[in-house]
Design a protein around this ligand. Structure first.
Ligand code: ADP
Length: 369
């Protein structure tokens, strides 16, 4: 098949990497000729937000998909009209692109998500009480476009743009579940993963699997994943980011209509990875089993503050000597503060051993220039 992907970042790269064992051709559209997919695909330089560019790119493909949701969804809709298969479909991409539509979607489909109010512009009267979280309707990404208003002094920081104002959840754990559906309607869910946050150790970027949650919590998540995938009415692979609050209730934070950072440890930690599953979805093949092996975790390799330029991975040699440790780099030549450059997956027999290994690796590695 001719598979077209909008976006050429690391998610696309790892998808292609996994899928090259099958007999397909991969085409990528991205504005950056040095993106992660440029030298491992048939590469087209162009803007995936531009209507005509997306239409031209997609026309001769058997299927068009995305690895980033900020794309021109109208062009994807037109491709659908012209008979090109688009996965996930343009309708669900449009809903997820806009926080307001996304919140309304949860409400309509009885998917628990924090109470909210819509702010159309600066003139609106606001009823929600401080503290609350403001999320811009469009343009947010990786924590940008999200802010917490904590005290009355913070009112002056309120962005005067269309946004969702959301009740603050008293978070016990941040969790994620990845669910996939193919065109035949088959559905499979990955084991739930957990973000480990320890502000003292600054361990804000570990994601581990399986999550330490009760059967009751798992049940709530099963209901959410099931309702989401049925209501979405589209083939696709979706990552649902969740909050477990201190009263034991699970809320949906947001959903990504694509491969996700919280699924990277599945590369070695599960019988099949999110990338393999996504291949099955895109090609409408039988879905793969997602069983977890022991404990797995992932540590993002992020560009250190104060370093920009040609990347160096300090400590990589030491990490490569470690057993059950797997390095994945994204082919990005230049590092910048906060840029995701790669990740490391680790396997262990217990949660304690896993945490020790992750903390050790974190202490060994630095992404500098
Ligand atoms: P992004 O996907 O751009 O990173 P998120 O919507 O996930 O943005 O928000 C970033 C972080 O802000 C979340 O991981 C969470 O820690 C916090 N957050 C978001 N919404 C809420 C909320 N309603 N209550 C408490 N914390 C929140």
């Amino acid at each position: 098949m001719k598979i077209g992907i909008l976006g050429g970042g690391q998610l696309g790269r790892m998808f292609i990497q996994e899928s090259l064992k099958y007999d397909d051709e991969f085409y990528v559209l991205d504005p950056n000729p040095e993106c992660s997919c440029a030298n491992i695909s048939h590469f087209t330089r162009g803007d995936f937000n531009d209507y005509d560019t997306v239409l031209d790119f997609g026309r001769d493909k058997d299927v068009v998909t995305i690895e980033i949701e900020h794309v021109n969804a109208d062009a994807l809709g037109e491709l659908e009209n012209q008979g090109v298969k688009v996965v996930p479909n343009s309708k669900i991409i449009k809903i997820i692109q806009q926080k307001i539509l996304q919140k309304q979607f949860y409400e309509e489909n009885r998917i628990p998500s924090p109470e909210y109010e819509i702010m159309a512009g600066s003139e609106d009267e606001i009823k929600i009480q401080i503290p609350f979280v403001q999320k811009l309707n469009t343009g947010g990404y990786d924590g940008k476009g999200v802010q917490l208003l904590r005290s009355n002094d913070d009112w002056r920081n309120l962005w005067t743009r269309e946004s969702v104002l959301e009740n603050l959840v008293d978070i016990d754990k941040e969790l994620s579940v990845i669910v996939a559906k193919n065109e035949n309607g088959e559905i499979k869910t990955f084991p739930v993963t957990e973000m480990v946050a320890d502000p003292k150790l600054n361990l804000l970027d570990f994601n581990i699997c399986p999550a330490d949650i009760s059967d009751e919590t798992q049940k709530q998540i099963d209901v959410i994943a099931n309702r989401f995938i049925k209501s979405a009415d589209s083939a696709g692979l979706f990552a649902i980011e969740l909050f477990l609050d201190k009263n034991g209730k699970v809320w949906v934070n947001e959903t990504a209509p694509r491969l996700h950072n919280s699924g990277h440890q599945s590369q070695e930690g599960n019988s099949n990875s999110q990338f393999e599953q996504f291949y099955r979805v895109v090609t409408n093949s039988p879905l793969a089993d997602t069983e977890v092996f022991g404990f797995s975790g992932m540590l993002n390799l992020i560009g250190e503050d104060n370093y920009s330029g040609k990347v160096k991975y300090e400590g990589l040699e030491e990490v490569l000597k470690l057993p059950k440790t797997y390095v994945h780099l994204y082919g990005k030549k230049e590092t910048k503060p906060g840029r995701k450059m790669g990740h490391i997956n680790v396997l262990a027999d217990s949660r304690e051993e896993l945490m020790e290994k992750l903390i050790h690796i974190k202490s060994l590695m630095r992404v500098i220039a």
